[in-house]
Design a protein around this ligand. Structure first.
Ligand SMILES: [Zn+2]
Length: 116
């Protein structure tokens, strides 16, 4: 594939991913959704790193590297936020008796007093 075509295809893909990220960021996410989003964003970041690498290697003047860098910055912020959310999930456990979620360090359920 011709490089300019490849980069234009890559850019179309990049835009789509960013829109998805923006749309989903407003929702409350569960553990699995967070894991999926993290891997989506990591692969979106890989695409962008590759686009920049290609543009530099081929000395392309049609690729807006600054715009891609701005997207990378946004994606990395989103990624950090999701990783923080994931940590919150990891520091929690669910009571098998009553189903209430509590801190991982807690030896007893604060709701029903059940021992973990
Ligand atoms: Zn309980």
């Amino acid at each position: 594939m011709e490089l300019t075509k490849f980069i234009s295809k890559l850019k179309k893909g990049l835009k789509k991913t960013t829109q998805t990220v923006v749309r989903i960021s407003g929702e409350a996410l569960d553990y699995t959704k967070i894991k999926i989003k993290i891997s989506d964003i990591e692969s979106a970041l890989d695409d962008r790193y590759m686009a920049i690498g290609l543009a530099i290697y081929e000395d392309s003047e049609t690729t807006d590297i600054d715009a891609i860098c701005a997207e990378i910055t946004e994606l990395r912020e989103e990624l950090n936020e999701l990783k923080l959310q994931l940590n919150e999930f990891k520091c929690q456990k669910t009571c098998p008796e009553c189903g209430r979620t509590t801190d991982k360090e807690n030896p007893y359920c604060p709701s029903c007093g059940g021992k973990f």
